[in-house]
Ligand binder design. Sequence first.
Ligand SMILES: [Zn+2]
Length: 71
Amino acid sequence: MDYLDLEAERLKLDPQEAKTCFNCDVCGDEIYEGQEYYDCETGYLCESCFDKEQDTYKQSCERIAGEDDED
Ligand SMILES: [Zn+2]
């Protein structure tokens, strides 16, 4: 394994060194090449923002049978 291979390996292990693809549309966090992200209505979200988004969505959809508050 020569120097370049070691360098490539190091880049793979250290996401801070990886190339930034874009920023999360909610928190502005950098999303790096190879990192998971979520493409939703709000935009491109990092994992933690997507989780929060999911929670908000779940809450907005939550209904209790027999307690329908629609008029
Ligand atoms: Zn985010």
